[in-house]
Design a protein around this ligand. Structure first.
Ligand code: CA
Length: 225
């Protein structure tokens, strides 16, 4: 799960990032509306936390432009102001939820969890399956009948994305952005390296599922034929 935090108060943004990362989310931060919109448009986020009062482009404008581009990522808006008109404006411009500062960390996390559940590709349980494979989202365990291995964080993020999109081709760039994010200097061959780790693990598990390489495009997880 990758969350984008668009917040110009640097300390608050860092606090939110820590809070989210402690809960196992991957979190990126933008400190102004323009870069927030650029990042948000990449469509690699599961939830966007968007402040209203931002330099360069305010939160309402970011949201309107995001929705105008057809991006439907759930958005949680934050504002220091509690006027009803702000809430109405936020919801009118396509926000999914509205939180007034100051808020309790628990409240924010509950909102993020609720918004993640709205993403149709996600399910309520903490286990993903693909053919004979099972991935436990709380323990990072990948198993097939009586064999199991624990995945590293990056392996897990990649496997999760493959399982959520099983039988579909995932472009290499999407895997790279979703798992390593923008700030990182990771390159295409990081993806190849991790795909090879995962293939070795599938082999060890004696799973019938295969990660296929689609030349010049990306990868596809196929359950047993
Ligand atoms: Ca602000």
């Amino acid at each position: 799960m990758r969350v984008l935090v668009v917040e110009d108060e640097v300390r608050l943004a860092a606090t939110l990032q820590d809070l989210l990362e402690m809960q196992g989310y991957l979190a990126d931060v933008s400190h102004d509306g323009e870069s927030g919109l650029d990042n948000a448009l990449s469509a690699i986020y599961d939830v966007i936390i968007l402040d209203v009062m931002l330099p360069k482009l305010n939160g309402f404008d970011v949201l309107r432009r995001l929705r105008a581009e057809g991006n439907t990522t759930p958005v949680l808006m934050l504002t220091a102001r509690s006027e009803v008109t702000d809430k109405v404006q936020g919801l009118d411009s396509g926000a999914d939820y509205y939180l007034t500062k100051p808020f309790e960390p628990k409240e924010l996390l509950a909102c993020v969890r609720a918004l993640c559940r709205r993403t149709p590709e996600l399910r309520e349980t903490d286990r993903l399956t693909c053919g004979d494979l099972q991935l436990e989202q709380t323990t990072f365990n990948l198993s097939c009948s009586d064999r199991s291995v624990r995945l590293s964080r990056k392996e897990f993020d990649m496997m999760e994305l493959l399982m959520l999109n099983q039988k579909l081709v995932i472009p290499k760039e999407k895997l790279l952005l979703k798992v390593w994010g923008y700030e990182s200097e990771a390159e295409d061959n990081n993806v190849e390296v991790y795909i090879s780790f995962l293939r070795k693990k599938l082999e060890y598990l004696r799973s019938g599922a295969k990660i296929k390489t689609i030349r010049m495009v990306g990868y596809c997880l196929e359950p047993e034929e």
